[in-house]
Design a protein around this ligand. Structure first.
Ligand SMILES: NC(=O)c1ccc[n+]([C@@H]2O[C@H](COP(=O)([O-])OP(=O)(O)OC[C@H]3O[C@@H](n4cnc5c(N)ncnc54)[C@H](OP(=O)(O)O)[C@@H]3O)[C@@H](O)[C@H]2O)c1
Length: 390
């Protein structure tokens, strides 16, 4: 079979190309060409948001898989153009080229809601496919993990960067992360199994996890301690908007944040029944397999000790822990007893220095504050404190 893949150069596209080639299919990838050519595929450069689809190139194809999509708008790359108009162009081109089999990859949270352009345009693209009269299958994945993904990559970077993680809300939204290999298998199975024609399938992981559990699993995979802190959603929205405005690769786009707020989950049974999909779970082991290829955030980390050397660091510095604790306690005593002595001292009415800070009821804490009493010279047994009035 010769299969055209719109969006074949992206994260999911590359895995789909691999899965289809492994089954002996020939692949033609359609994309603007910003991310290079996926291994083993021919690339047909084409801006689906603006240009007509080269129908001639589709004539020899037996099926088309649509994976073209964006997470943030940028110039002519609007949700409307890439999700809705590009899908309509592809459907029209398939009609013209006599290509009947169309597999459309959407997202499990798509729904009609004009206030949420990402969700709404994904939904309208699905509806256009269902109304096309072609032999379609719609696949609706949840958040996808695998080499080159957004989810694990961003979480690993943030967890390595700092020991505190601001989770969206209370972290109780529900996710069913799905392995990118399972998404690619689902596409390949849809092409192989006529039973899936006319069907819409959730392609989701086997377990429902809270966002908190997902973050905890990633931290476990990375092997770093983490404090997960609930963060009000409005604050996260502001942060996502700021990141979206200042960088082309934000940690989370407003559309992705909304998906995390709503949750990404679905029903595994129809895909299991018709596509034979048995999804892999999302575990710390899955994270470990991806972690090595993930670079640092902003080129560094606020964590003082690298996890790989953590055990060695503790062992090497253990002898210093006792003296450090004693020193800390002494410093604490030095400071508090100094204050206490100053208070006692200031309570003695001997007009000698104007620099006493105690004013009769409470200490102003300010050196040189007005005083109605005076201080004594520092007793010789007292440590020299910076605030001691000489
Ligand atoms: N990643 C996830 O967690 C996830 C979850 C659920 C659903 N999905 C859906 O799965 C699909 C693939 O996602 P992904 O993560 O692989 O996205 P991706 O890595 O951003 O890839 C998107 C693909 O679309 C192509 N594309 C974008 N604009 C285009 C245009 N104007 N004309 C032609 N091609 C264009 C890109 O190539 P160029 O940039 O070179 O044009 C790229 O090949 C999307 O529909 C997405 O909504 C993804």
């Amino acid at each position: 079979m010769k299969v055209a893949i719109a969006g074949g150069s992206g994260f999911v596209g590359r895995h789909v190309v691999e899965a289809l080639r492994a089954r002996g299919h020939v692949v033609l990838a359609l994309a603007r060409g910003r991310r290079g050519v996926p291994l083993g595929a021919e690339l047909l450069p084409c801006d689906l948001a603006r240009d007509p689809v080269p129908t001639g190139a589709l004539r020899g194809c037996d099926a088309l898989v649509n994976l073209a999509g964006i997470k943030r708008e940028d110039g002519s790359q609007t949700f409307e153009a890439v999700h809705v108009e590009a899908t309509r162009r592809l459907l029209a081109a398939c009609g013209e080229a006599g290509l009947r089999r169309f597999v459309h990859v959407s997202v499990v949270c798509s729904r009609p809601d004009p206030r949420l352009p990402y969700h709404d345009t994904k939904w309208r693209a699905e509806e256009a496919v269902r109304a096309s009269g072609l032999d379609f299958t719609v696949l609706r994945p949840a958040v996808i993990f695998g080499p080159g993904d957004d989810m694990v990559t961003h979480l690993v970077r943030m967890i390595r960067f700092a020991a505190v993680f601001p989770v969206v809300g209370h972290g109780d939204s529900i996710l069913q992360p799905v392995d990118v290999r399972d998404v690619a298998e689902a596409v390949a199975a849809a092409l192989d199994r006529p039973r899936s024609i006319g069907g819409t399938y959730d392609v989701v992981g086997p377990e429902r996890l809270t966002l908190h559990q997902v973050v905890r699993t990633v931290a476990e995979g990375v092997g770093l301690p983490l404090h997960i802190v609930p963060t009000p959603i409005p604050i996260q929205r502001v942060a996502a908007r700021v990141m979206d405005a200042v960088t082309s690769a934000p940690l989370s786009t407003p559309a992705q944040l909304q998906m995390l707020v709503d949750g990404l989950y679905g029903d595994t049974k129809p895909a299991r029944r018709d596509l034979g999909l048995v999804p892999r779970p999302f575990t710390a082991e899955s994270v470990r397999a991806l972690e090595a290829a993930i670079g640092p955030l902003l080129g560094g980390s606020l964590r003082l000790v690298d996890r790989r050397t953590h055990g060695e660091w503790v062992a090497a510095h253990r002898p210093a822990f006792g003296p450090a604790i004693v020193l800390g306690l002494w410093a604490w005593w030095w400071r508090t007893s100094g204050t206490a002595w100053r208070r006692v001292d200031c309570s003695c009415p001997r007009p000698r220095s104007p620099s006493c800070t105690w004013t009769g009821g409470r200490s102003s804490g300010r050196r040189g504050a007005t005083s109605r009493t005076a201080s004594r010279p520092r007793p010789s047994f007292m440590p020299r404190a910076p605030w001691w009035p000489e």
